[in-house]
Design a protein around this ligand. Sequence first.
Ligand code: SF4
Length: 299
Amino acid sequence: MSTRTLKRKIKRTKKKTAFELTAQHLKANGVVLWRGRSRFDGSPMVLIAVGLRDPTSNIKTPHTVTVYGLRSDISPRENILEGARSTCGHCPIKKECYVHSWTLAAIYKEFIAGKYPSLPLEMLPQVMRTQGPAHKLRLGGYANPSVVGWREFGRLIPNLGVDWLSYEHDWRGAPAAWKSVSMASTESIKGTLAADSRGWRAFQVVPVGQGPAVVKALRARGLQAVQCHFKKLPSDASELDKLRKLRNGVNCYNCPTPCNGFNSLSPNHHVVVEVHGNPTILPSRNERLRILNRENVNP
Ligand code: SF4
């Protein structure tokens, strides 16, 4: 290595280690992990990790810090009206996305107001530990994780020292290395078979009531598959039921087959999950999946 290259490397290392946490990092509920261009169409984007201070109320994903990818130049609403290509690529169910638009709007508002300080991804675990209850990282809360380059972001995830969950809709187009971090989000048996043949673990979303049949159909084709371990509560469940469920049930935090891609830490089962999420969009999402899953009816 030439002296010039060495000097440059030392300068870069110094620059990296020189980052210091501020009071704002330790108080903020979210941090900006990355700013750059979307892999899909080159639009300006940010990745924001949220849930550092205020834990999520979602009993399926307790103790998680979720990463959202947003356009930085226009609001999430405008992005959706433009077809959400920058964030979601060709996702076949993006029109019926499970994420509440008001969740995205609230995050964007805080971002524009400067409430989220920038933080290198490598330092996120330190902040997570300082802030308390958040112990797991969830990528793909909105936007495909691979919207960011593998080298700048994905390859760091397994070495952060925190457990993670990650979901990728553009698994056909994403750099193959992402399969060691993310699940391939699929919507049909055909999709799951294709993902499996490329070495991805699939996270197949199916219409309500079709979970057991799809697991059976995948196993009949020689694949290892389980149904998501989280059992939903009825919509009229009391706060006490939710608390009990949080304490005693299986969720994304204590799951035996965590959605963390295909790697030495995972039990490598494909996961089948019945459609869930935003109740206002659930019927149309279910119908869309029914169409995409038609082959599952008579597998
Ligand atoms: S399989 Fe486990 S980690 Fe994946 S969504 Fe279900 S509960 Fe969460």
